[in-house]
Ligand binder design. Structure first.
Ligand code: SIN
Length: 506
């Protein structure tokens, strides 16, 4: 099959590219069902946009740069924050029903935002509503051909190294090849490489692995964000047996819920920013409390009886595990949530490999620096996806019909691979989790090296092992602690080396 553009992935980033690129002929490959596959439809908090009284794009830029510990790409930050209000309007015009108060968009508050600026829907059901409206628009757009149940296995290059096709498995398990002069990765994240994650089962890093295989540069792989409040299931449900843990949105703390330790003492008391400090700071504090008896999110006083209608998704998750958040504090654990690192792209979304673009979580544009600001992820997918789609619509594209390779390079262990084993997930949690040190990272690397040299039959697949190994090496190479990358053996160095005012002024 032949098109102008292949988009792999059907979350907010992939759909934004496809919609903006129309009337180009777009093949949209979705591993599951449209609007249901991937992490976007799970998103609770919302989309950040400077729309409130007293807020400005400048403030949004500053909050994003500060949360990212001053290493984000300021040009990208400015572009994305400036485009946010118009992107929200575009979604409203597509039919997104965001929550309103007195006719105006209601704006929630989340951690490390100086202003209330989170646009949301159905309380904490933002992703569901956004994906509903976008997927309906996609189905109504004639140039977009949706292929559901199709899993990308490998990117195929011509002799000059251009990516010109994608080999896939279709819903019946048959191998097929899709061809186009441009391929866009919009495959999401890597949360499933860790014991605890809020990500869906599909977040296995397949986009990164495919990009790595064709020689694309990856960047900032050590920057993995851990959300402070995943619901910690009761012992009988053993968290380690669950592929994903339910998220308890930061908007709960924005609405006044507080984190407490096992004795009921506030965890964030005395820490700058308190319960709304930057996500990396809160996640480490929750992790420390968890190591000493447990951490809980107490919403009884601030939200209480309003919980079911203000946060219906979180309420249903709690109740399904026998926890009534109106009358009980909720046990929480930090969990891998978002990858700031990814396939290196320029500000327009192009990777270092010709014909290959990347957008959304799989990409590393530098927007998030070392720690992503809450609700900037749907925003990035939306803004960067639309910008890339606009560019593709206006570009002259070569025909690939004559340059698709007949014989295809095969490599050991293609996607789809079996889910990451619990042994490796817990190795990653231990070595590459919220607190790291050189010794543990080296132990992890040795284990991965052994698996690469002698892969056990039916054991972990090589592309994933290579990716994990890259991540561990990136963490070992970055000495000092910064944002989500915390080194117990070098706690201060990287942060102390930075002077935010000097960086801002530069
Ligand atoms: C949340 O609702 O806490 C998550 C939002 C995000 O990850 O940006």
């Amino acid at each position: 099959m032949h098109a102008d553009v292949i988009v792999i992935g059907s979350g907010i980033a992939g759909l934004s590219v496809a919609l903006a690129a129309a009337p180009r002929r777009v093949l949209l490959l979705s591993a599951g069902r449209l609007a249901v596959d991937g992490a976007s439809h799970w998103a609770q908090g919302g989309i950040a946009a400077a729309l409130g009284t007293g807020d400005s794009v400048e403030f949004h830029v500053r909050d994003t740069f500060d949360a990212g510990v001053w290493v984000g790409n300021r040009a990208v930050i400015r572009e994305v924050c400036a485009a946010a209000p118009e992107a929200i309007e575009w979604l409203v015009n597509l039919g997104c029903r965001f929550d309103r108060q007195h006719g105006q968009l209601h704006l929630a508050r989340e951690a490390a935002h100086s202003h209330a600026r989170i646009v949301h829907a159905e309380g904490d059901g933002t992703g569901l509503e956004v994906m509903r409206a976008m997927s309906r628009a996609v189905r109504q757009t004639p140039g977009i051909e949706v292929h559901e149940g199709v899993t990308a296995q490998a990117l195929l290059q011509d002799e000059q190294g251009h990516v010109v096709a994608v080999r896939c498995l279709d819903a019946m398990g048959r191998s097929c090849v899709f061809r186009a002069p441009v391929c866009v990765l919009a495959t999401g994240g890597i949360g499933q490489l860790f014991t605890y994650t809020t990500n869906p089962a599909s977040a296995q890093g397949q986009g990164l692995s495919m990009a790595l295989h064709v020689g694309a540069e990856l960047a900032d792989l050590e920057f993995v964000q851990f959300h402070p409040t995943a619901l910690h299931p009761p012992a009988e449900l053993a968290a380690t047996k669950l592929a994903s843990l339910p998220l308890l949105s930061e908007a709960l703390r924005g609405a006044g819920a507080v984190l407490v330790d096992a004795t009921g003492a506030p965890i964030m008391a005395g820490i700058a920013g308190g319960d709304l400090a930057a996500r990396d700071v809160v996640a480490r504090a929750v992790y420390a409390a968890q190591m000493h008896g447990g951490a809980l999110l107490d919403a009884r006083e601030a939200i209480g009886r309003d919980f079911p209608h203000r946060f219906p998704t979180a309420f249903a998750s709690c109740m399904s595990q026998g926890i009534d958040p109106r009358v009980q504090a909720i046990p929480v654990v930090p969990a891998a949530h978002y990858h700031m690192g990814g396939v290196r792209t320029d500000a327009a979304g192009w990777t270092t490999v010709s014909g290959l673009a990347a957008v959304g979580e799989v990409a590393c544009t530098g927007l998030h620096g070392a720690n992503r600001l809450a609700s900037n992820s749907l925003l990035e997918g939306l803004v960067m996806g639309r910008a890339l789609g606009d560019q593709l619509r206006g570009m002259t594209l070569p025909s690939t019909s004559s340059i698709v390779p007949d014989s295809v390079d095969t490599f050991v262990g293609e996607w789809p691979q079996p889910p990451c084993s619990m042994e490796l997930r817990s190795m990653m949690w231990r070595c590459m989790g919220l607190r790291r040190n050189a010794e543990d990272l080296r132990i992890g690397l040795r284990r991965l090296h052994d698996l690469m040299v002698e892969p056990p039959a039916g054991g972990p697949a090589l592309p994933r092992i290579r990716l994990m190994s890259r991540m561990l090496r990136a963490a070992l190479a970055r000495s000092g602690s910064i944002g989500a990358h915390w080194r117990d053996d070098e706690p201060d160095a990287a942060v102390a080396a930075l002077n935010p005012d000097a960086v801002r002024a530069a």
